[in-house]
Design a protein around this ligand. Sequence first.
Ligand code: SF4
Ligand code: SF4
Length: 289
Amino acid sequence: MNQITKLSPDDVLPLTCSRAGSCCFGNQVLLNPWELAVMADAKKMTAREFNQLYCEFGGIRLRFDGDLISNHKKACRQYVEGKGCSIYEARPLACRLFPIGRYIQNEEANYMFKGKQFPCLAECPEVTNLPTLTVSEYLAGQKTALFEEAQDAYLEMVQNIAEIAFELLLDTELASSGDTKTLAMWRDAGKKSPDILRNEIPQDWVDLILFPEVEVNKEDPMAFITLHHDLFQQKAQERFGGLENINELRDASALMLRSALFLASSIGADPKGLAEVWIAEAKNHGAKV
Ligand code: SF4
Ligand code: SF4
C-alpha cells in the first residue's frame, strides 16, 4: 500500500497555493455525477456533452490531454494558459482538496497527503515562503463542505444500489436454488476497470448513473443526489419488481452490482475491495460461491 501521511484538522502546513498550476498537469481527477453536472453547467453544455469532450476512464475522470505541457505532463483540458482553471468556481472536490486527500474510516472523514513529503514541495517549493494554514482553514477556504457532502451522499447511493443486488439474490429463489454464478459475476465485476464496466452496463442505465435528468444547483448537492437516487430506485423497481426467472434474477443482480461499482469508482472507492466485502456478506447470508 502506498505511504500516506495522516492529518488532523489542526495540523499546520504550507497550504497557501502559489498558483503555479503544477497540479493541473498530469493529475488524476475523478468526478461524481453531481460534479459532472456542475462542471457541465459552468461550461453551458449538457453533462453528456461535457462527458464526451472532457472525460475518460468510462467517463468518470477528467482528461489531461491539453496542448500545454509542463515537466513532460499534459494539462487538464480545463486549464487555460495565463488564467488557470477555466471553471474554477465549479472545480470538483479532488481539485479543491489537492494536495490533501480524503478517506472515510468508521464513517468519519479523515484527511491525509500521499507520501511522507508534503506534495506541493516537489514542483512548487515556493509555497514555503507563503503563509501557513491549518487543514481546517484550508478546507474552509476551498469551500469543500458541499462537495464532501456530495461525496458522502454518493457513497450512500452506492451502498443502496448494492442493496438491490443483495435483494435480487437473497430475497428471491436465486440464492436458495444453490446458484453459484451470481457471486462469480460479482467477483468478475470487481476486477473490471470503469471503461469495461461502462461497456457492460446497458446504455439506459449508464445514462441514469452519469446523466440523470435532474436540475443541477451548485449550492445544493443534496437536492440533486436525492432525486438521482430516487430515479434509480424507481427504475430498478419497475424493471425488477416482478422477476421470478432465475436467469433474469441473476442478470439483474449482476447489473446492479456493476452499477454500484461503476458509481463507486467515480468517488474513488476500490471496486475490487468493495466487491469482495459484498461477496463475503452475501455468503454470510447463505449465498453460494
Ligand atoms: S502543487 Fe500546490 S502550490 Fe502548486 S499549484 Fe498545486 S496546490 Fe498550488
Ligand atoms: S478542473 Fe481546474 S483545478 Fe481541476 S485540474 Fe482541471 S484546470 Fe486544474
